[in-house]
Every structure is written in C-alpha cells, then in structure tokens.
Design a protein around this ligand. Structure first.
Ligand code: G4P
Length: 550
C-alpha cells in the first residue's frame, strides 16, 4: 500500500466517522418535562413511554413526588430515591428518533436538582393544568429556561375538566411566564362537553370519544375547516365557534416561525388530556418534528458544537447508590460532542486526571445495560467512587469547562453542629460528599471551621441528617440561623476585596470550590454593603467569569 492509498483510506474513514456522528445527532432529542406538582407530568411521561414501547402497561412509571404527608417518613424518602435513580433518564425510540427524557423532581424542595437537570436538555415540554393555570413552581422553572433560551412547548392538560377559558390561559402564560405563545391546536369545549381538538398545525380534527372503557382518539382529516364534515362531527354550534376561534387565532398568530421557537422566544401550545391519552400522540409527533437536535454548548473557551470530532461532556447529577455497604455513586454524564467510548481515556479537567470507564450504562428501556459508545444528546451513567463533582467536564484533546451549571443562592440556612466529636471525620466526609452530589450547599468559615448548610426547602435538612446518620454513621443537628442570601463576591480591586473580607469577617465563607461567599443577614445589610463597597461585585449564582481568591 502506498502513501496515497493510506491517505485516502484515512480521509474516507474520517468522513465515515463524521457522517455517523452526524447521523446519530440527527436522530436524537433530549428534553425534560416540567410542571407544578400535580399538573400531570408523571401521567404524560407514562403515555410517552407507552408510545415509545419503553413500558407495556399504564401505572408503570411511579410518581417520584414526595407527598407532604411523607416529609417525616424517611423510608418514603429512600423509596423515592430508588425511584428517582430508575427514572432519572428514560430513553426510547419512536419513528426513527432516539428520545432521551430527563426527569425533574416536582417537589419544590428539590428545585435545585431540577435546575441542574435543565442544563442537560435541549428543550422542554411545560405542562399546565387548565383548571389551575400557571402556578408558582412553573414560573421559577420557566425563569431557568429563559436564562438559557431553552425552546419550550406548552401542553395544557386536563381538558376533560372544567378549566379556565383557553384564551385566558394563553394570556396568563404570556403574562406570568413571560414568553409569547402560539397555539398549534385548539380545544372544542372542555370538561363534560369536551369534544376534541383541532390541530391547526396539521389541519386535522382529533375527536374525543369518552364513555367507553378506553378513551379512543379518532383522527379525522379535514383539508378545509369550512368543510361541512365539521358540523357532522361536532354539531353546528361548536363548529361555528371553532371556525371563529381558529380564524381569530390564525389572524393573530399567523404561521409559526420555527426559529422563534428554537430561539426560545415563542412557545407552541397544544391542548389535551394526558390521563385519557388524548392529544398526547399529536404532542409527541409535533414535538419530534419541531424540537431541536443536540445543540451547541457554551464553555470558557467558546461554543462547542455537537459535531466537534473530539468527545466532551459534563456531569449534571450525582446520585448515591442505595446500597449503604458501597460508597459508589452514579454520575450522570451528558455527552455534548464527539463520541464517548467505553474504556477509552478521557480527561477530567478539574482534577487534571485521565479516566476511563469500563461499565458505562445507558438508560434505553429496551436494553438498560453497558454501552460501548454514546453520542451527543445521550446521557450515560458512570459508576463513581467520589471522583466527580457536579459540573465536572470530561474532554478529549483540548481542555475547557462547560458553563451554565450554576449554584443559586439557597433560600434557607442552618448551622451544622457535630453532636458526636468521635465521628468528626465521618461527618466531614459525609457532608462533603452530599454537597458534591448537590443535595445542599456548604459554606465553611475560614477560621473556626463553622459550617453553614444552605438548601432550597426544609425537607433537604431532614434528608441530610438522615443520610449522614445512616450512610456515614455521623450524628449532627441543625441550629437555626438567620440569613437572607449567599452572594459570591469578586472585585478587580484586590485591596478592596481584602478590606471587605476583613470588615465583614464574620460573614465571609468559602463554598465547596473555595470561592468567597458573603452571607448577608438581611436585604438591608446587603444593600448597605453594596452601597459602601461599589468596587465589589455581588453575584447571586456561583457562575461568574473571574474567580478571585484572597
Ligand atoms: P405530576 O407528576 O405533575 O405531579 O402529576 P401526575 O401525573 O401525578 O398527575 C396528578 C393527578 O392528576 C393524578 O391524579 C392524575 O391522575 C391526574 N391527571 C393527570 N392528567 C389528567 C387529565 O388529563 N385529566 C384529569 N382529570 N386528571 C389528570 P391523582 O388523583 O393525584 O393520582 P392517581 O390516583 O390518579 O394516580
């Protein structure tokens, strides 16, 4: 074989590899379903999985919400943790697509976990209950989507119930979620009079036939909404009203510009009833048609395209293994570019270590087992013995760090007090590992080692105390402490930063990555500090460009 032959062989091989990666990327959709608890996220997830053949029966997906009554039932917490490992990522194939559905905890006390999961998706479906409208938790989740310009599709659920007027719901979504909407389907009545939806996008009529044991969806194609078939199907009055509504909608919204959806500025809206499996197939198919394939991601060295030939990915979630005899954890890696290969060395940027993985596993329902390779958009589980922290980047070739996995200021703070000095080591290790997992944020005072734990919801304190005791044999209690906010502080003026840290000495802590944090006692204290020290920048998430240490 001469040199030219080798050259051609190599370039062809390279071309072959590239086209395979591109084909794999084109097949993938990685998304999350978000909602306020009880809006129907679990029900919708289950129906999607039924369509994808990932489950055979209804009721197979357990809701992983922690009911209020269960807050002090620790077995319930353990059970929920078991469920949430199993359902963290659900992958299935549908119509030539490979769909990765990332689960997000509904309970507000675990909102931080949801925010992090949203960093690993390319789009979301937001479920709204037509009776309750937009609820508080949905507003917060939408803020996170807006921060990242994540494309959003809205599914207005429970149309079999007497809910709010659809036009009012659209207004409420625009106003409370601060996103423009574009209805792609429209309901014909609701509650007991619900007759179905007209798909504006595909110009078809999906009729709701309740009453039989299984509600069947009957799809009637109508090329023209003025066709007399409409009267026959839904009656004169509803046909007239539907025509008026659709005329108004088409006049106001016009055709959907897909780019506005992909940029995250306009949310297409669908109506249906998840429990009755109505409007779900239509939602799934429209989602697959509209939703983006794996997108590029920001790093501290610019955007990384999924088609980049070198592998890269980041850890967005760490889950403790349930077996207390083993300290193993599962780290969830989102592949962002290139190809992940089993047993190949990749570089962990934070620790500057090369690592390889002999048993990475996928979450594909049909074959939940070891994978030899994974492509952009995929999420794989890596067994971890404590090497990973949330936000860690793995690369091949050039070093860089993925951005956009910030910690937000916690809402509740308590001081962690060791109640068994003989078990100090265990407590230190336990709290360190739990914060690596992202269960809570830990702020340590430089002198005296005082530890403040910050969380989003009270339930997390109970989880931490329980897990420290059961997994690490450490005993602790939480002392109430009055704090308002954690602010990460930086300044170009090193002398001012040092002075600020000296003046506010009592309230200066370090986070788990050694960043300086100012724990402000009240909004007023924070305002005074900001006024008195204009040279200091106060950040309300842990992600900021310049990290400065004193
Ligand atoms: P979540 O994950 O968002 O918290 O909600 P989930 O799917 O668990 O649904 C919350 C409740 O709403 C469930 O009732 C579910 O059956 C019901 N639901 C979901 N979709 C629809 C719908 O289209 N129409 C109506 N009428 N109800 C719907 P539950 O009584 O809390 O639980 P279960 O006993 O039914 O499991």
């Amino acid at each position: 074989m001469n040199f030219t032959e080798v050259y051609y062989l190599n370039t062809n091989r390279k071309k072959y590899i590239m086209s395979t990666i591109q084909e794999e990327i084109a097949k993938r959709k990685t998304f999350g379903i978000i909602s306020h608890p009880d809006a129907g996220k679990t029900t919708l997830t289950e129906k999607f999985l039924l369509y994808g053949g990932a489950i055979q029966t209804a009721g197979a997906v357990k809701s992983n919400k922690i009911k209020k009554s269960a807050t002090s039932d620790f077995m319930e917490i353990e059970r929920q943790r078991g469920i949430s490992v199993a359902t963290s990522v659900m992958s299935f194939e549908y119509d030539g697509n490979l769909v990765n559905l990332l689960d997000t905890p509904g309970h507000k006390d675990f909102a931080e976990d949801t925010y992090r999961t949203l960093t690993a998706v390319d789009s979301v479906i937001l479920v709204v209950d037509c009776v309750k409208g937009v609820e508080e938790q949905t507003q917060k989740l939408m803020e996170v989507c807006r921060m990242r310009s994540t494309p959003v599709i809205v599914f207005i659920n429970k149309m079999d119930r007497e809910g709010k007027d659809p036009f009012d719901l659209l207004d409420e979504i625009e106003e409370k979620l601060k996103i423009k909407v574009h209805p792609l389907s429209w309901p014909i009545n609701m509650g007991s009079l619900f007759k179905g939806v007209y798909n504006i996008h595909k110009k078809s009529l999906n009729l709701f036939r309740a009453g039989s044991q299984r509600v069947e969806e009957e799809v009637v194609s109508i090329s023209d909404i003025n066709d007399a078939i409409l009267e026959k199907q839904v009656g004169e009055q509803d046909a007239r009203r539907l025509r008026d509504d659709v005329e108004l909608i088409e006049g106001v919204y016009g055709p959907l510009d897909k780019n506005t959806y992909l940029e995250g500025t306009i949310a297409p809206v669908f109506f249906g009833s998840a429990i009755n499996n109505f409007g779900v197939k239509e939602l799934l198919e429209s989602f697959l048609e509209l939703a983006p394939t794996p997108r590029s991601r920001p790093t501290d060295h610019g955007e990384i395209q999924p088609t980049d030939k070198n592998f890269s990915g980041f850890i967005f979630k760490i889950h403790a293994n349930l077996d207390p005899k083993h300290r193993d954890r599962i780290a969830f890696l989102r592949v962002c570019s290139g190809k992940f290969e089993r047993n190949k060395f990749f570089h962990q940027v934070r620790t500057n270590k090369n690592m390889r993985f002999s048993s990475p596993f996928s979450f594909l329902a049909s074959a939940k087992n070891i994978v030899d390779e994974a492509f952009p958009g995929d999420v794989i589980g890596l067994y971890d013995t404590g090497n990973f922290k949330i936000g860690d980047t793995l690369t091949e070739g050039k070093d860089f760090n993925f951005q956009g996995i910030p910690s937000f200021s916690p809402e509740l703070f308590k001081e962690l007090v060791n109640t068994d000095p003989m078990k100090t080591k265990q407590l230190e290790k336990g709290i360190q590992q739990l914060t690596d997992e992202g269960v809570a944020q830990l702020f340590t005072h430089e002198m005296g080692n005082k530890k403040i734990v910050g969380v989003v919801g009270d339930l997390q304190f109970e989880v931490i105390q329980y897990r420290l005791q059961h997994e690490y044999k450490a005993s602790c209690m939480f002392q109430p402490i009055s704090l308002y906010k954690a602010c990460w502080i930086t300044s170009d003026d090193k002398a001012k930063l040092t002075e600020f840290c000296r003046v506010k000495y009592q309230y200066i802590y370090k986070d788990k990555d050694e960043n300086i944090v100012f724990l402000a006692e009240s909004a007023w204290v924070l305002k005074v500090a900001q006024d008195n020290f204009p040279e200091i920048e106060f950040h309300f998430t842990s992600e900021f460009k310049t990290k400065q240490k004193v």
